[in-house]
Design a protein around this ligand. Structure first.
Ligand SMILES: Cc1cc2nc3c(=O)[nH]c(=O)nc-3n(C[C@H](O)[C@H](O)[C@H](O)COP(=O)(O)OP(=O)(O)OC[C@H]3O[C@@H](n4cnc5c(N)ncnc54)[C@H](O)[C@@H]3O)c2cc1C
Ligand SMILES: NC(=O)c1ccc[n+]([C@@H]2O[C@H](COP(=O)([O-])OP(=O)(O)OC[C@H]3O[C@@H](n4cnc5c(N)ncnc54)[C@H](OP(=O)(O)O)[C@@H]3O)[C@@H](O)[C@H]2O)c1
Length: 446
């Protein structure tokens, strides 16, 4: 019997499990599956952890989520085609849920079957080696401190790529008297109440960490961009300046001559694709981009078609794109999809990479990833979902952000699965301090 290893049970690993479950429910004989998850529960980044640094076994904590994080895109754009929000919550809910609500949704889909029995929790994959025919995998049961070796025909890498921070150094950091941290270790914006905070970066973490600090009472927030400013209309107390040059004592000095006293510096400088458990011949090496090279259809490792990667792209589309990838990977493993020859693979990858390199603005990037996801969707029996509506929602959302970065999370969108329209949330995001699932879902509250 074919044996498949799935590394990681974040949203991507769970999509993979769900894809096999679908085939099994249709009466198809599925392979033997073993999932490895180094944390004690599934859900990946959405399984919030208060921990930073290492866990109780000395393993680095992969979690980058923080306390008051809300979805940064409309939930309708990430909805599962086979499990709508209406089905999970029993009613329409607002479009931008906090992380706790999304965690309930992601895990709610996979809870019903016996999928948990396929997962070895607290077990970290430490090595994957291709022996010419199949893969030798070594894993570490952290709780019992035991190493095991298993042999697999296929390996699915769904270990995420927003867990290992990229940490640059700037002159003066060694003698800076305040706190310096990466957004990976950011947990609670309350820590920065009354403080002068410097945020470095110009992508989603920089935007949200800056706004979180502002919302929870920072004295000032100064964002230092490197290449392109985000350029939003920032609220009073937040400003965006050009790139940090150096620190002198507690003063941050920027390239544009701007000077700012600082209590804390939060590096929102992104993450590394980091796969220490893979040998060089199997390892994806890329920056965070919409089409990492060497992945056919964004999934199949060009040099070894028994190695599949999920979710390695930079992401507008998330959960339903991961599903399309997982359904496609499943059909390759089950022999329903044939991989073409080398030159055809090369041509296909080059086509997508060349298109990606020409993209100039968010609308074009949204179009690019929507086209990619639609193509994958057409290759499997992943249920019907309206990607044209999702494309439209994403563009509207981008424009809402430009209009007002403080209010875009108060808007509502329609579902690409059920068509239902999200209610407007009872409290605007900027003043919603209690974002527990209970308070968020209580729509009687005004
Ligand atoms: C701060 C932050 C906020 C985000 N907010 C949003 C949002 O609002 N909306 C959205 O759609 N997306 C958001 N994302 C994007 C996020 O990438 C996806 O939502 C999603 O979590 C990706 O799923 P994944 O399964 O690829 O990775 P992850 O969620 O990272 O899961 C990977 C899993 O693999 C496990 N693992 C890793 N290495 C090993 C190993 N060697 N052995 C065993 N297990 C291993 C980890 O423990 C983890 O459980 C956010 C990302 C970050 C960092
Ligand atoms: N739900 C939410 O609110 C939320 C919040 C945070 C994150 N997220 C998600 O988390 C994921 C990761 O986002 P991310 O912003 O952490 O990573 P990212 O999108 O990969 O962006 C990395 C950023 O780091 C900057 N950078 C790199 N090196 C730098 C340096 N030496 N100095 C200054 N800046 C540097 C880059 O700037 P250049 O462009 O100049 O290279 C870029 O702006 C995304 O999927 C995002 O959606 C969501």
């Amino acid at each position: 019997m074919t044996k498949v290893a799935i590394i990681g049970t974040g949203p991507c690993g769970l999509s993979m499990l769900r894809a096999f479950e679908h085939a099994e429910k249709k009466g198809e004989k599925i392979p033997e599956i073993v999932c490895f998850e180094k944390q004690e529960d599934w859900g990946g980044l959405w399984n919030y952890s208060w921990r930073t640094g290492s866990d109780q076994y000395g393993d680095p904590v992969p979690n980058s989520m923080y306390r008051y994080l809300w979805s940064n895109g409309p939930k309708e754009c990430l909805e599962f085609a086979d499990y709508s929000f209406d089905e999970h919550f029993g009613k329409p809910i607002p479009s931008f849920p906090p992380r706790e609500v999304l965690y309930e949704y992601i895990t709610g889909r996979v809870k019903k079957g016996n999928l948990k029995s396929k997962v070895r929790f607290n077990t970290s994959v430490s090595s994957v080696v291709f022996n010419g025919n199949n893969f030798d995998i070594t894993s570490h049961d952290k709780k019992n401190d035991k190493f095991s070796k298993d042999i697999f025909d296929y390996v699915v890498v769904s270990s995420g790529h927003f867990s290992v921070p990229f940490i640059p150094e700037y002159p003066g950091m060694k003698s800076f008297p305040g706190r310096i941290m990466h957004s990976h270790d950011f947990r609670d914006a309350e820590e920065f109440r009354g403080k002068n905070v410097i945020v470095l970066g110009s992508s989603y973490s920089a935007e949200d960490v800056a706004l979180q600090c502002h919302k929870y009472g920072a004295k000032s927030v100064t964002i230092g961009y490197r290449n392109n400013p985000m350029g939003f209309k920032w609220p009073k107390g937040v400003k965006e300046v050009h790139y940090l040059d150096r620190l002198e004592g507690n003063k941050a000095i920027f390239k544009d001559g701007h000077k700012q006293e600082a209590d804390a510096i939060i590096l929102c400088s992104g993450y590394l694709h980091h796969f220490p458990f893979l040998t060089e011949d199997l390892k994806l090496k890329t920056r965070n981009r919409l089409y990492p090279p060497k992945l056919y259809k964004g999934v199949v490792w060009q040099d070894n078609h028994k190695l599949l990667y999920l979710g390695m792209q930079d992401q507008f589309h998330t959960f339903n794109m991961f599903d399309c990838q997982a359904w496609y990977a499943r059909d390759i493993i089950m022999g329903k999809i044939k991989i073409p020859n080398g030159p055809e693979i090369e041509k296909d990858i080059s086509k997508w990479v060349a298109l990606e390199e020409k993209l100039e603005n968010p609308d074009q990037m949204i179009d690019f990833q929507t086209e990619y996801t639609k193509e994958l969707h057409g290759l499997s029996d992943y249920p019907k979902i309206d990607f044209e509506l999702i494309r439209k929602h994403f563009k509207e959302w981008e424009h809402h952000k430009v209009e007002d970065i403080m209010t875009y999370r108060n808007k509502s969108f329609s579902s690409p699965v059920t068509g239902s329209i999200a209610p407007v949330h009872h409290t605007p995001w900027a003043t919603a301090m209690d974002d527990s699932s209970k308070v968020f879902l209580d729509q009687s509250k005004k």
